[in-house]
Design a protein around this ligand. Structure first.
Ligand SMILES: [Zn+2]
Length: 337
């Protein structure tokens, strides 16, 4: 039997050991190449775009000859005003990339010997980069759509006399994660599914689902969904294939939402085994992180590492994650399409 790709040496194209051996100068050069890929790492002023600069050789800082502003390799990016050595950020990205089901802030704080608060913000900055740079082009070919509930558990009262029928009460924190996956068509490296988009709703309702489908799927596309009535209205716009999960996982005609279920399988493993408590305010980021991990699950780890690093360097300084522990928080949940 052929060896699975992830077990082969070709799937291990970098290691944390390699990064641990880097000097701070090498780490800076790595970020320079990612940030200024068009000029092969030569600094470009983030303010005016000028290529002329004075090299302030005492630190890794440049002064623009045109607008006289000083800048570093991280100015204006997600890691702007960084306090830790750049090598620590590379290590954080490396540890994050090597995980299969997400990474907890406690674990990262132990690995890097930084405060829990630092690790928490760093992780969320990486999630922000993945969400900000995701490919939102509407999908075609064959798609699957499905929803799953999170944060809905209500703990029963201690005393049996105080317990209520929990089917009758709703946890106000309950949210629905809706996933849209485009199936692989065999024309490239992807197997099973090719691309994944996630959204958060209060519940699996027809209006929310219609808006998501409208944003994420090209009209006329073949769409597979389960028997939930929230998907009934999609028949007007898409070539719908329905599967009744109380009877079967795949219908006689081949309708199934198994790729969407695969996404939720990995999501549940993060929820139950890694993160434990996901605040609704950042649910969209957690959901998208697992979408990214599903889509890149067959990549060599060096490729994932390079991709995450370059997404971090392409993401602009985040208003929500600058000064988080000084009280600067996201104001509202990112719901719907
Ligand atoms: Zn300038």
């Amino acid at each position: 039997m052929a060896q699975h790709f992830l077990l082969s040496s070709q799937a291990r194209t970098f290691s944390i050991v390699k990064i641990a051996k880097m000097t701070e100068r090498q780490a800076t050069n790595f970020f320079k190449k990612l940030r200024w890929s068009d000029t092969n790492g030569k600094p470009v002023c983030p303010c005016c775009g000028s290529l002329k600069y004075y090299d302030l050789s005492t630190r890794d800082v440049w002064k623009c000859k045109a607008c006289k502003k000083q800048y570093s390799v991280t100015s204006g990016t997600l890691f702007a005003g960084h306090k830790l050595p750049l090598k620590t950020y590379l290590l954080a990205i490396a540890i994050f990339s090597n995980e299969a089901k997400g990474l907890s802030a406690l674990k990262l704080s132990r690995e890097l010997d930084v405060q829990y608060k630092t690790a928490f913000v760093l992780l969320h900055k990486m999630r922000e980069a993945l969400l900000e740079t995701r490919d939102e082009e509407p999908m075609d070919g064959i798609c699957e759509i499905d929803g799953a509930y999170v944060n809905h558990y209500t703990r029963p009262a201690n005393n049996i006399e105080d317990r209520v029928d929990r089917r009758r009460i709703q946890n106000p924190n309950k949210r629905c994660i809706v996933v849209v996956r485009q199936r692989a068509d065999g024309r490239n490296e992807y197997i099973g599914s090719r691309r994944t988009l996630t959204y958060v709703l209060h519940n699996e309702n027809p209006t929310g689902i219609a808006q998501i489908a409208n944003t994420a799927i090209v009209a006329g596309t073949e769409v597979h969904a389960d028997e939930a009535n929230a998907y009934d209205n999609l028949h007007a716009v898409y070539d719908m294939q329905r599967v009744n999960h109380s009877v079967e996982y795949m219908s006689e005609t081949g309708a199934c939402s198994n790729q969407a279920e695969s996404y939720f399988a990995r999501f549940r493993r993060m929820e139950n085994g890694v993160i434990h408590r996901m605040g609704n305010l950042y649910l969209s980021d957690y959901a998208n992180e697992i979408a990214y991990r599903e889509d890149t699950r067959r990549w060599a780890n060096g490729r994932i590492f390079n991709d995450v690093s370059s997404r971090c360097m392409k993401t602009l300084q985040s208003n929500e994650w600058t000064g988080y522990w000084q009280g600067n928080h996201r104001i509202s949940e990112r719901l719907g399409a």
